[in-house]
Design a protein around this ligand. Structure first.
Ligand SMILES: [Zn+2]
Length: 325
């Protein structure tokens, strides 16, 4: 744990996930706000209490909880705090917190039907039940109020909300114009390009969100914003934001061109491409690797580099010859 500025305190908490530690932030203002909470594990709770203690606080001093997005490593630890506290974030968090039977059914149906169109063989379809695995580290709490793009952060004059969708459909960042500081959740990370995670559509039956295209759009919108420092959800603080944005966009483009080459060699289903891109990791992290693969395919489709053909065994992606130079 380290302190970079007296009114923003970083609290580094362990997670049971491959990503490693997550950072929560204590934001001092008219109220004391905990931005992100860590995971709902005993280890994380102890680290949170210790981090607060070193700053002269305890859990009961926190007056408000704000989450950058619903993922369990950012939102699960809210259960350590009094249920009476204001609990705020983007409205799209709520379905992932409440986890109603209706939503869980919608979630599974979405992934079953998507898997079919992606050409996932029936012997792999069981992965869908593992997608729910991490949700046990989540919290069922209900948001007391919701934040939208452009709104002020309650209790923190000068801070405003920027909607930064892509990694999650509930993702927001907090920005302070006076000194260009941003609390960025998982939107911009120094060493990792955030996964454009697949999520069921917000309204059942509608088209699914195209998370990678959304993500690219969201980071492009930050490019011209004077950001001096990003306090991220994982890893080191970021100072050269424009450089990071360009690097993320370039790397993603290269990955997509690699996928285009695969399709050029052999028209394929998304599943086939995924297992070629991630031969070892696929079985361990099917949700993440399929999200990444579909992101690249959405990108190539959007650029009209490829096209799709629906067949009985799923969608086959082929090169769009019109898009060839
Ligand atoms: Zn996340």
């Amino acid at each position: 744990m380290s302190q970079f500025r007296s009114d923003i305190i970083k609290l580094t908490l362990p997670t049971p996930f491959a990503v490693g530690d997550v950072h929560a932030y204590l934001l001092k203002g008219d109220v004391l706000t905990l931005v992100d909470t860590g995971t709902k594990t005993e280890k994380s709770r102890q680290a949170l209490e210790l981090g607060l203690k070193m700053e002269g606080y305890q859990l009961s001093d926190i007056e408000q909880v704000l989450i950058t997005h619903h993922h369990p490593d950012h939102a699960g630890g809210v259960d350590f705090l009094s249920p009476d506290l204001p609990f705020i974030g983007h409205a799209n968090n709520q379905r992932w917190l409440t986890l109603s039977e209706e939503f869980l059914q919608e979630h599974d149906e979405f992934f079953y039907s998507l898997s079919k169109t992606l050409g996932v063989p029936s012997e792999f379809i069981g992965f869908i039940k593992y997608l729910r695995h991490s949700l046990k580290y989540s919290s069922a709490r209900v948001l007391s109020s919701c934040l939208q793009d452009g709104e002020a952060v309650p209790g923190h004059p000068g801070w405003r909300v920027i909607e930064t969708l892509g990694h999650a459909q509930s993702h927001i960042s907090l920005y302070r114009e006076s000194d260009g500081r941003m609390i960025g959740g998982d939107h911009l990370l120094a060493k990792i390009s955030p996964n454009p995670l697949l999520e069921p559509p917000l309204v059942k039956g509608e088209e699914r969100p195209k998370s990678l295209l959304q993500y690219n759009q969201s980071i492009k919108e930050l490019y011209d914003l004077p950001i001096s420092l990003v306090y991220p959800g994982h890893g080191e603080n970021i100072t050269d934001v424009q450089e990071l944005i360009s690097r993320n966009l370039n790397r993603q483009h290269e990955r997509a061109m690699n996928v285009k080459e695969m399709i050029k060699t052999k028209p394929s289903t998304a599943f086939e491409i995924c297992t070629k891109l991630f031969p070892k990791v696929f079985m361990k992290e099917p949700g993440l690797t399929l999200s990444e693969t579909i992101g690249q395919l959405d990108y190539l489709l959007d650029r009209e580099e490829i096209r799709l053909e629906e067949t009985d065994t799923g969608i086959i992606y082929t090169l769009n010859n019109r898009g060839q130079e």
